[in-house]
Design a protein around this ligand. Structure first.
Ligand code: RTP
Length: 148
């Protein structure tokens, strides 16, 4: 089944939003397959955001990500990459719909609380980077209550 990489950024941790964010993904029916509470260093953050290295906001983005602990997660489920992005909301909170995480809790693009993989290719790369040992191996006992 499809997997995605989700990271609660330092502002989400500092503002006490970890429980709410995990709850939104759990209540939707997705399965938590990996969870780490960690501080990343500059080279690691640069690697994660390497596709954005030419952007003018790159160094500010890296400083933001290394400014405190983050919660790195693997979530699994049907269409979890696209649906995860919908749960998160548009990149700029000024354009994120109410009901989304960014729409409900964020104001500025540079403090937008959470990251989610934007494609199957980035999910694969990001899971490999953040979870080199792979996802946890467990099966949900409520699977047939969520899927036909
Ligand atoms: P993310 O990777 O964090 O899930 O965000 P995204 O795909 O929605 O957006 P992306 O374009 O990949 O940008 C990554 C993060 O960089 C910050 N950003 N700042 N100042 C700016 O104009 C600007 N643009 C992007 C945001 O924190 C964004 O989530």
């Amino acid at each position: 089944m499809e997997q995605t990489f989700i990271m609660i950024k330092p502002d989400g941790v500092q503002r006490g939003l970890v429980g709410d964010i995990i709850s939104r993904f759990e209540k939707k029916g997705f399965y938590l397959k990996g969870l780490k509470f960690i501080n990343v260093d500059c080279p690691f953050a640069e690697k994660h955001y390497e596709d954005l290295s030419a952007k003018p906001f790159f160094s500010g983005l890296v400083d933001y990500i290394i400014s405190g602990p983050v919660v790195a997660m693997i979530w699994e489920g049907k269409n979890v990459i696209l649906t995860g992005r919908k749960i998160i909301g548009a990149t700029n909170p000024a354009e994120s719909a109410p009901g989304t995480i960014r729409g409900d809790y964020a104001i500025e693009i540079g403090r937008n609380i959470i990251h989610g993989s934007d494609s199957a290719e980035s999910a694969r790369k990001e899971i490999a980077l953040w979870f080199p040992d792979g996802p946890a191996n467990w099966q949900s006992s409520v699977h047939h209550w969520i899927y036909e």
